[in-house]
Design a protein around this ligand. Structure first.
Ligand SMILES: [Zn+2]
Length: 175
């Protein structure tokens, strides 16, 4: 009888340990924010992409973010104050395909990489989504096994993950 109890106890312990590790890996989201954002006090990020050649990517990327939180990213109008300007650059002497600058309220998209023949549609879309994520206040989220949009580097990650959503939720609390 005593052996049975010990055996049962061991099984329960193993299950507890298994579930605690499993839950950390499978369910706990990794929220990372940058500490800055380009969202105004009305909780809008009004962007001007008139000078960018990646307009269709920007529209799709905006839809993907707004599908999670509606109406935050908006193209600016005559009646709104611009929160971020999106421009193209062509720089071979830098390592980034996209860059968000908080102080100058600007996103630069680097056609040197984006238009490279080794880059596909989703590589470009992910870059635009990633930079818009920075504008929304999200930080680099480089958990190695993840497919986060906010993971650095060239990828085809164009679906918001639990990490991306948790990061957006956290960033939102600072708007
Ligand atoms: Zn980044």
């Amino acid at each position: 009888m005593k052996n049975k109890i010990i055996e049962l106890f061991s099984v329960v312990m193993v299950l507890c340990i298994y579930f605690s590790i499993f839950s950390i890996n499978a369910f706990a989201a990794n929220a990372v924010i940058s500490g800055f954002d380009l969202v105004d006090s009305n909780k809008h990020c009004d962007y001007d992409a008139n000078q960018s050649s990646y307009g269709s990517y920007i529209t799709t990327a905006v839809q993907k973010w707004n599908n999670y939180k509606a109406g935050i990213l908006r193209p600016d109008t005559i009646l709104t104050i611009q929160d971020v300007k999106i421009i193209d650059t062509n720089s071979s002497n830098v390592i980034w395909a996209g860059k968000t600058e908080y102080l100058s309220a600007r996103i630069q998209l680097n056609s040197y990489y984006l238009n490279n023949s080794s880059w596909n549609y989703n590589n470009r879309l992910k870059t635009v989504m990633h930079e818009l994520g920075h504008a929304l206040g999200l930080g680099e989220n480089n958990y190695s096994l993840s497919t986060n949009v906010m993971k650095q580097g060239k990828s085809e990650n164009t679906t918001l993950t639990v990490d991306d959503k948790a990061s957006y939720d956290l960033a939102y609390t600072y708007y």
